[in-house]
Write a protein that binds this ligand. Structure first.
Ligand code: KG4
Ligand code: ZN
Length: 341
């Protein structure tokens, strides 16, 4: 008999469910985005996110089952992202998953959302890609890992303040652009001069595998609104100036991300680099990564666009745990914080 797994994702502001067969084929992948609800706040509001998950989780699961043409009785396990994330959001997915596992009397599998983002690259490759260096770069995370296997991740370094995607979102807000900021900045930057403003690139010249984007965000703020206490006001934010700031900011983030990936490869000696998370959708980042990896003779795997941002298909990683009979107890609790390896 064929085996199917239902994967549930509700770590942040996307309610998602997917049905995946044992050959890692994605039979359905439903994502209900809450972008419209959080747009006017310029970022995710945890209470609004939790409430929206509650309203959407059952219809999203229903739709995933219907599209896959699979009935609940055909499922062999329920997988759910349990960490890291917003606690109110996580609780909705975890409670739904526990209830289904209990009613259907099938195993419950706990998914690490970060490992799942990297696994999106494994899905894309269609074959084993580990060991590899993995970078998860999203609105909530900027983490570099040495991945021995899909499930064995050693944290090499992360951001000491804002995540890269968060910096995109905050800078977009400063520039009066729409939310989420990444696509809006990418678009504005197309007309801009990336060398006009020399914005800071933290830790760029150090071999320390850490990131910091809050100084960069402040530098953009001062360019737009002026420095506190300074007599001189900044020039008017014309479309050209806005485009140049967006392009210079984007270049600064991409430079840092690419250099840190290169350093992680040198440090670990790995020959494969995997990139996941929403910022991996950035076109400049993709092309500069390709250039670097070609030069270094590294295999580069970037998660496909639809699996860069949050989704439940990347929960296919749960098959690795299923095969190892690594199941979670029914009194499983979500873990909001990042587990440091
Ligand atoms: O992975 P994701 O959907 O959610 C989190 O887990 O955070 O990533 C969302 C983040 C947002 O901060 C968004 O601005 C950023 O990914 N993003 C981009 C682009 N598309 C989305 N950043 C830069 N360039 C893009 N094209
Ligand atoms: Zn994510």
């Amino acid at each position: 008999m064929k085996k199917y797994l239902l994967s549930i994702e509700s770590t942040c502001d996307e309610t998602a469910a997917a049905v995946i067969d044992e050959e890692n084929r994605i039979l359905s992948s439903i994502v209900s985005s809450q972008v419209d609800l959080h747009e006017k706040y310029g970022g995710v509001v945890p209470e609004i996110a939790a409430r929206a998950h509650l309203e959407r989780i059952l219809p999203v699961i229903d739709e995933a089952m219907t599209q896959a043409g699979v009935s609940l009785q055909d499922l062999c396990a329920i997988a759910v992202a349990t960490q890291p994330g917003l606690v109110g959001s996580l609780l909705v997915g975890v409670t739904a998953a526990k209830t289904l596992a209990m009613l259907l009397e099938i195993p419950l599998i706990s998914i690490d959302h970060i490992a799942a983002h990297i696994y999106a690259c494994r899905l894309h490759a269609g074959e084993d890609i580990f060991p590899a260096v993995g970078l998860v770069v999203s609105g909530g995370h900027t983490n570099l890992y040495d991945c021995q296997s899909a499930l064995e991740l050693e944290l090499l370094g992360s951001t000491i303040d804002d995540a890269a995607g968060e910096a995109f979102d905050k800078v977009a807000q400063i520039l009066g652009l729409s939310y989420p900021g990444g696509p809006a900045i990418q678009q504005a930057a197309e007309q801009g001069d990336a060398h006009r403003f020399a914005f800071p690139r933290s830790f760029m010249k150090e071999d320390r595998l850490a990131f910091s984007f809050s100084g960069l965000k402040t530098a953009v703020l001062y360019q737009v609104q002026g420095q506190p206490g300074a007599n001189k006001q900044p020039p008017e934010l014309t479309p050209t100036r806005l485009a140049d700031i967006a392009a210079s900011f984007q270049q600064a983030v991409v430079d840092v991300l690419v250099v840190k990936c290169k350093q992680a490869i040198e440090k670990t000696g790995r020959k494969t680099l995997c990139i996941g998370g929403g910022v991996a959708a950035n076109a400049l980042f993709r092309s500069e990564l390709e250039a670097m990896c070609q030069e270094e003779k590294i295999r580069l795997i970037i998660a496909p666009m639809k699996y860069c941002t949050d989704n439940a298909a990347m929960g296919a990683i749960a098959w690795e745990k299923f095969k190892a009979k690594n199941f979670a107890p029914l009194d499983l609790d979500p873990t909001p914080g990042l587990i440091r390896a």
